[in-house]
Design a protein. Sequence first.
Length: 460
Amino acid sequence: MRKFLPVVFLTSIIFSLSVLSFAMADEAAGQPATAPAVQSTQPAVPVAVQTPPASKVDSGDTAWMLISTALVMFMTPGLAFFYGGMVRRKNVLGTVMHSFIILCIVSITWVLWGYTLAFGPDHGGIIGGLDFFGLKGVGQTPSPYAPTIPAILYMMYQGMFAAITPALITGAFAERIKFSAVVIFTVLWATFVYSPVAHWVWGGGWIAKKGALDFAGGTVVHINSAVAALAAALLIGRRKGYMKEEMPPHNLPLTILGAAILWFGWFGFNAGSALTAGGLASVAFVTTNTATAAAALSWSLAEYIYRKKPTALGAASGAVAGLVAITPAAGFVSPMASIIIGAIAGIVCYVAVNLKPLFGYDDALDVVGVHGVGGFWGAMATGLFAWTAINSGGANGLFHGNPAQVKVQFIASISTIIYSFVVSLILFKLVDWTIGLRVKQDDEEIGLDLSQHGERGYHF
């Protein structure tokens, strides 16, 4: 533990500087630090709060959202490469296939029932109604959630979020799960976990009504998937030979390529969540980039302090940690705040990943350490740094005079953690009781590529 003291000290310095900088920022802006918070009456996002409702589709906003939808879709293949490079050579195809097939599955379930459960008319703040089942009534006219783009485009954009979220979970059980189990679990989890949580936060559910801020998916995507990943790791158990033999990444260039694709696609993920091609999207674009860079640098610095050598895998992991942390805050905080959010994310996620052996579970590709810890920090950081000068439809955070926002963010995060863990564990148990989760030991030894798909990733 002593080895981590310099890293913890560095985090404390960054956080202390953040408090000072935001006190100065309020003074410079002519806004007292104790100014009353402006509470949003809208869902946390997805409404582009800086754009008044329109009665017709805007071609510029539609073009931007078409591009953003494609960017978010491209993130799932990027995740496949990111994960694929980190596993052993015998499991690369099996790992890539998880992300690819999940994209296919959710693309169908989302248009049939996933979208209506998430964004249909609210029922008790818990779930959407079946009014939009099979996209009934979801057409080319503007969406109530995004009044300047067609409803069917908004549906598709949200569908790409729904696809990548269960794909994130697969990093926890990499190298040891049945392909059939992944298929069945994805259908169940997208229906009973993702859609309800998306409704709570973005579809007018109870979390949105409490005023929680989640611009692009800190709770819905990252905390949600990470908690499910933890449930999977605990239930499925460790890989054969875990902590007894070396299991190094087999192709780091592939992982770095995946991280770069994720970074690129994340502009659609975060800036696209403004739902308009305007100033708010521009701010989210900048905060996404700066937080990512800061996290990659701080992770590398932490590695240098702890191990004396910064690694390529560490820089890539740090970049993803920054992307995760800025996701809920991207359209609510300033670029200066995003640097602080990213820098702290890189350090705390690095520490979390390195503490994993103390707990004994096998989260193969560090979904919990990066997406769980990073997502939770990002949600709380939104409660610290949110500023109505950036987004008038949001709320001020602690550093701008509204300490209550931190409590709201905490309630939203903890509620998601509890619900996702319990229901995910039940769903994993259900799949295990029916078709089984884990491959046979012999199949695990020869690798998922041959045992599950009958082919090899490389022939040289």
